[in-house]
Design a protein around this ligand. Structure first.
Ligand SMILES: *[C@@H]1O[C@H](CO)[C@@H](O)[C@H](O)[C@H]1NC(C)=O
Ligand SMILES: *[C@@H]1O[C@H](CO)[C@@H](O)[C@H](O)[C@H]1NC(C)=O
Ligand SMILES: *[C@@H]1O[C@H](CO)[C@@H](O)[C@H](O)[C@H]1NC(C)=O
Ligand SMILES: *[C@@H]1O[C@H](CO)[C@@H](O)[C@H](O)[C@H]1NC(C)=O
Length: 243
């Protein structure tokens, strides 16, 4: 009994002294149609309790994430279920289910990446179009200290997507816009091989299209530092699709 109490005491002390906290991440669907957000925890860590869910137009859902945490979020569009599988025309995670269970989005997909620090330290977050674009998205913080700016990609990149990057849906419309890396798989677009450093991988005419539409978002792997945002003091997060 004493042993157990001492154990709980130590655990509680550790919890408070280490400043462990959980961040609330609220997803809002401001699009006119239903979307299916997905979550992916990085670095082989356990996945969140919810790795994929349906979100009706104008609906919100909040998840609790234990710090420290690192991972990404996206939303699937044009999903349907046949007799066996759930599949989506954009950003599918390939599981055949609404839950992504540790699988990431198949590009193209607009991504929100969040790196939540332990001990109420400095978090990093961004909107990334490095894996292409499927729908507009923004990320905002609340309750933190420091810069804590909103990062928003509200433009419809699909509307200006060059033909060679377009993903055409079964209805004939442009559903998503591939990155040049995904479309052509060449070192100058993927920043690999001789192009594997920031100095040797400059923007291209393709990444410039994404940057022009969404200046706050990463447009390719070595985009400049204007695309990374910081916030300290354990903020909560608000991710809005179609802001
Ligand atoms: C359901 O869709 C999946 C993915 O598109 C496909 O592999 C599978 O064959 C389909 N099943 C049926 C019964 O149509
Ligand atoms: C879809 O279901 C079929 C069985 O009908 C299975 O063989 C296939 O792997 C599934 N596809 C996906 C993407 O889960
Ligand atoms: C940031 O985003 C939040 C939540 O979406 C919104 O309430 C707030 O007005 C935004 N702030 C700015 C400066 O755009
Ligand atoms: C929701 O979308 C509408 C346009 O459809 C836009 O005017 C509005 O600002 C968006 N609201 C938020 C909170 O992003």
């Amino acid at each position: 009994m004493m042993k157990t109490l001492a154990f709980y005491g130590l655990t509680l002390a550790f919890f408070f002294l280490s400043g462990a906290h959980s961040a609330k991440i609220t997803f809002t669907n401001n699009c006119s149609k239903t979307i299916w957000p997905g979550t992916l925890t990085s670095d082989q860590k356990p996945q969140l309790s919810n790795t994929g869910f349906e979100l009706l137009s104008k609906a919100s859902l909040t998840l609790d994430v234990q710090a420290p945490w690192k991972g990404r979020f996206w939303a699937r569009t044009q999903c349907s279920t046949n007799s066996t599988n759930f599949t989506c025309e954009t950003a599918d995670c390939g599981t055949g289910k609404v839950a992504c269970n540790g699988a990431g989005a198949i590009p193209p997909a607009s991504l929100v990446e969040i790196n939540i620090a332990d001990n109420r330290g400095m978090d990093y977050y961004d909107v990334s179009l490095v894996d292409g674009f499927n729908l507009p998205v923004s990320v905002a913080t609340r309750g933190g200290t420091g810069e804590c700016k909103n990062s928003s990609c509200s433009a419809d990149v699909n509307a200006v997507c060059p033909g060679e990057l377009q993903v055409i849906g079964s209805d004939g419309s442009v559903l998503a816009c591939k990155s040049a890396c995904t479309a052509f798989n060449q070192p100058q677009y993927c920043c690999t091989g001789a192009f594997s450093t920031p100095l040797t991988c400059p923007p291209t005419k393709y990444s410039a299209i994404f940057k022009q539409q969404c200046p706050q978002a990463y447009s390719y792997a070595y985009d400049d530092q204007t695309s990374t945002f910081t916030c300290s003091g354990a903020p909560d997060y608000f991710i809005t699709f179609c802001p």
